[in-house]
Ligand binder design. Structure first.
Ligand SMILES: [Zn+2]
Length: 228
């Protein structure tokens, strides 16, 4: 399992090298006496892949649908930022990035995410926005579109006002979130417009199988422990 070094670089971003076995630092930061640890995020975006059925339920409960930033535009921004930070945009293969994929390109599988959400709430992060956007993928079979997937995007910010919602929404989230999630990718992005944003890409809701890992926020460094 790959894990990103927890040090902060001089430009204020999390180090992109891998931590060496049994250490939280890469081989270079392990040699430095007083290392600055990567700053916790100001904003956390949980982007949870959902199918049409769940999208319908959330829309009916009052969640709004917003336009997605086109993939090309996102990539242009990542490229610009990577250039500014003198980082390789293809550090993690095909996907263009300027940030750090905390758990490597594979990410985590079979994850219980509620543990991290509870930790975030305890640390003073509030859910400040909830919306649905179209995911930038379309599943196709025999060239006919089978299903257009969506993302449920949950914004969490520290010290900001909690979004108000009906009791129904709490029930719906209570139904939706506490299950095993097939894949979780955590991205720690460099500071942009004065804010550090971490993005969690979460997919494959698997209510019938037991989770293996418990996701931990760990003050923005992110980690995991065995589920049981
Ligand atoms: Zn490092």
């Amino acid at each position: 399992m790959k894990y990103a070094c927890i040090a902060e670089t001089k430009k204020g971003a999390r180090c992109r090298r891998w931590a060496v076995n049994g250490n939280s630092f890469c081989s270079q930061h392990a040699k430095v006496k007083s290392v600055k640890i990567a700053s916790p995020p100001d904003i956390i975006l949980l982007k949870i892949r959902i199918n049409k059925k769940w999208a319908k339920r959330f829309l009916e409960a009052g969640v709004s649908h917003t336009e997605t930033t086109p993939q090309e535009e996102k990539e242009r921004n990542y490229l610009l930022q990577a250039k500014k930070l003198r980082r390789s945009p293809s550090r993690y293969g095909k996907c263009i990035s300027s940030g750090v994929s905390v758990f490597g390109t594979e990410g985590l599988s079979k994850v219980w995410i509620l543990s991290a959400l509870i930790e975030l709430l305890k640390k003073g992060y509030e859910i400040t926005n909830l919306h649905i956007e179209d995911a930038n993928i379309t599943l196709q079979k025999n060239s006919s579109v089978l299903n257009i997937m969506h993302n449920l995007v949950i914004n969490m910010e520290k010290g900001e006002k909690k979004i108000c919602w009906e009791e129904e929404m709490s029930k719906l989230l209570g139904d939706f979130l506490p299950v095993c999630w097939g894949f979780v990718h955590v991205w720690a992005n460099p500071v942009r417009n004065g804010k550090v944003i971490h993005s969690l890409n979460i997919a494959h809701r698997e209510p019938d199988i037991p989770p293996k890992l418990r996701l931990k926020f760990s003050n923005g460094l992110w980690n995991f422990s065995p589920y049981s």
